[in-house]
Design a protein around this ligand. Sequence first.
Ligand code: DAH
Length: 351
Amino acid sequence: MDRFDALLKEASTHIAAASSMPALNELRVTYLGKNSAIIQALAGLRNLEGEAKKEAGARVNEVRTQLDHQIRQKQEVLEAEALAAQLAREAIDVTLPARPIRQGAVHPLMQVAEEALAIFASMGFRLADGPDIEDEYHNFTALNIPETHPARQLHDTFYLQGLQYLLRTHTSPVQIRAMKAGEPPFSLVSFGRTYRSDWDATHTPMFHQIEGLVVGKDIAMAHLKGCLQEFVSRFFGVSNVPIRLRPHYFPFTEPSAELDVQCQRDGKHLKVGEGDSWMELLGCGMVHPAVLHHAGVPEGYQGFAFGMGVERLAMVKYGIGDLRAFFENDVRWLEGYGAPAQRAPAIPERR
Ligand code: DAH
């Protein structure tokens, strides 16, 4: 036993009790630093001689090595504990369910437009387009709606820059543009936005229409009826939906008609193709000779045209009650009525 045994004992107790790296570093200074007993003893060796110096030197070094070893061991333990704590803190629970990815949906309007256009495309119609900002010539005059005609007022037009430009009130001006740009015969459809200054449960200031036009040498009312019969049957998925052409008036067609489809109304529900009610679906007729003339179509050609509201088609097909819901962008509504995204629209089968 020498004076270092007590020192070693005391140091071991403190080192064992050290609970952090700063505390351990402090002990390192206390027991191995410049002013520590062991370093002082090392310095004191120079006063000794011969065998005594050798023995004392060996002992001091042994004690110093032991202290150093103990501190290093404790350091390893503390570092291991710190790492374990960090790993525990940052652990990822791979068994947790993943966050749901919200999937977008095709807006019912676009879905219905795609369905309708796909049917017309499969019947040989070509797609035509026109601008949303029209001039009054294409929107009215060329369609046989003269300035004094009450229809101009009926359309509740949004005018731009005086009365020359406007937001088109219907897709019918596309007929004029397409006929002017090409040579007959024509068979085309167009889809797009239309605008009227209206806002209630059944009218929105912006809405959508699909327009159709067929012009040829022998095109007659019978072709119009057959074409629309085929379209509504495929669109509603009911073979030979009973339809009727009810006389009507449009300035750009003569004769003009509205197409009704047979339906069953029971309370809020509407079923197309059965029952004893009729529902108006679209406007149509034989293109007025004045319109063909304005569009530069040569003598000897005639044809039919039709126009329909896409919101109305969607409401009837999917039982949507309020027109305004189409434009409110309520995500819950969009998820409910929207169609899953798909690369190409399915073309409804011929029935
Ligand atoms: N343009 C008419 C409207 O917006 C719809 C229409 C009726 C279009 C008869 C036509 C047609 O092409 O022949 O009310």
